[in-house]
Design a protein around this ligand. Structure first.
Ligand SMILES: *[C@@H]1O[C@H](CO)[C@@H](O)[C@H](O)[C@H]1NC(C)=O
Ligand SMILES: *[C@@H]1O[C@H](CO)[C@@H](O)[C@H](O)[C@H]1NC(C)=O
Ligand SMILES: *[C@@H]1O[C@H](CO)[C@@H](O)[C@H](O)[C@H]1NC(C)=O
Ligand SMILES: *[C@@H]1O[C@H](CO)[C@@H](O)[C@H](O)[C@H]1NC(C)=O
Ligand SMILES: [Zn+2]
Length: 339
């Protein structure tokens, strides 16, 4: 009798308050989540140490207490990369290519709530809020949200000036927490704690800094491992892109894509934030690495690789993710344009 009463009672609650049943999904965005494999940092350090040596002349990888990342040159919106760590992928390239899906955008305040992240220190790569900027742009996300309020907004956007093709970096206002189309973000509580410190100098191989780190975890782990963080290109120059405003005609292939993107050579010091994973997760259809870059001299965009192997020097701080969230995964997917 009690069970029947309880059943009917809960059924009525569901009928009258359907949103209560969707607490994890207030905006009906499809969400898939998965526990990531969390190896000890010391083991990851050893793996990266070994792989990076095949690509750089000088390498050192250690597990250290995270330095205060609010300091120059990093100027992140919180001090560390610790606590409740998550790798989050929003949307995807199929919402940009071949044609833009303008209705696809996300408010990071909602996403923080959706994935139970509070306080929520968010860093990474995404399409910037064209709704605010007025044109399509790159987003270099770097924001601290606590109890639904923005505590520190240090997110930059980069757009292409339609008059002279120069890139323009701007910092977003405090109340602008939207991200359009696609994003690869690392969420944490922004707390101090142990992190991987990766230092590499003088590139001897063909892989970029992140690909080289990624190859280490590809070789070492079969289970899904995710890493997020920040790296400084201390010396050297590199190839970056900034998306122009949305194309009026569909972009059908890499060749058309590379004509539409505006490429730049940017110079150190450059700070990049983003994520990498050791596989696309099969059905999860993950973008395996994605970093966006800002600077204190006006240059910002999407990181491809350095172009000065002799001079280049990198210093990165990373942490491993505990959970992965794949949010609003495109149904009709394709795997080009993810470089
Ligand atoms: C990295 O390799 C060097 C030897 O090349 C070794 O001395 C060092 O302990 C290694 N570091 C880690 C974290 O494995
Ligand atoms: C936000 O963080 C940046 C970088 O750490 C710092 O320079 C700035 O003063 C902070 N702003 C606020 C409002 O706390
Ligand atoms: C942010 O604040 C400005 C000025 O008060 C307002 O015009 C704008 O609509 C707000 N933006 C958002 C996304 O709420
Ligand atoms: C960047 O620099 C390289 C080497 O100097 C040059 O070949 C390339 O054309 C430059 N790219 C851009 C977009 O300016
Ligand atoms: Zn990008």
């Amino acid at each position: 009798m009690n069970t029947i009463f309880s059943f009917i009672f809960h059924l009525l609650i569901l009928i009258y308050f359907p949103q209560k049943n969707m607490a994890l999904n207030p905006n009906s965005i499809p969400v898939e989540s998965k526990k990531l494999f969390v190896p000890p940092l010391s083991e990851v350090a050893e793996a990266i140490n070994n792989t990076l040596k095949t690509n750089f002349a000088e390498v050192s990888v250690e597990v250290v207490d995270c330095p205060d990342l609010r300091q120059q040159p990093f100027t992140l919106a919180s001090e560390g990369l610790g606590g409740n760590t998550k790798i989050i992928e929003l949307g995807g390239n199929p919402y940009l290519l071949p044609e833009v899906h303008r209705e696809k955008y996300y408010d990071l305040k909602d996403i923080a709530k959706l994935v139970n992240s509070n306080p929520s220190f968010i860093i990474g790569a995404g399409a910037g809020p064209n709704q605010y900027v007025g044109v399509n742009c790159e987003g270099v996300y770097n924001v601290m949200i606590a109890d639904g309020e923005v505590v520190n907004q240090s997110t930059r956007i980069s757009k292409v000036d339609s008059n002279d093709d120069k890139s323009i970096q701007e910092i977003l206002p405090k109340n602008e927490t939207r991200l359009a189309l696609l994003g690869n973000l690392f969420f944490s509580e922004g707390k101090p704690g142990k992190v991987l410190k990766v230092h590499a100098k003088k590139r001897t191989g063909d892989d970029n800094f992140i690909t080289s780190i990624r190859k280490a975890i590809v070789a070492k782990y079969n289970d899904l491992v995710g890493i997020g963080g920040v790296f400084l290109m201390k010396e050297g120059k590199g190839k970056f892109h900034v998306m122009r405003d949305f194309s009026k005609t569909p972009i059908q292939n890499e060749e058309q894509l590379n004509k539409w993107l505006k490429f730049y050579n940017f110079s150190a010091p450059l700070v990049s934030v983003g994520t990498l994973v050791n596989s696309d997760g099969g059905e999860l259809d993950l973008r395996v690495q994605h970093f966006h870059t800002f600077s204190h001299h006006g240059e910002a965009g999407h990181y491809h690789y350095d172009t000065t192997p002799e001079e280049v020097e990198y210093l990165g701080f990373f942490n491993v993710g505990e959970m992965l969230y794949r949010i609003d995964k495109p149904v009709n997917t394709h795997n080009w344009g993810r470089d």
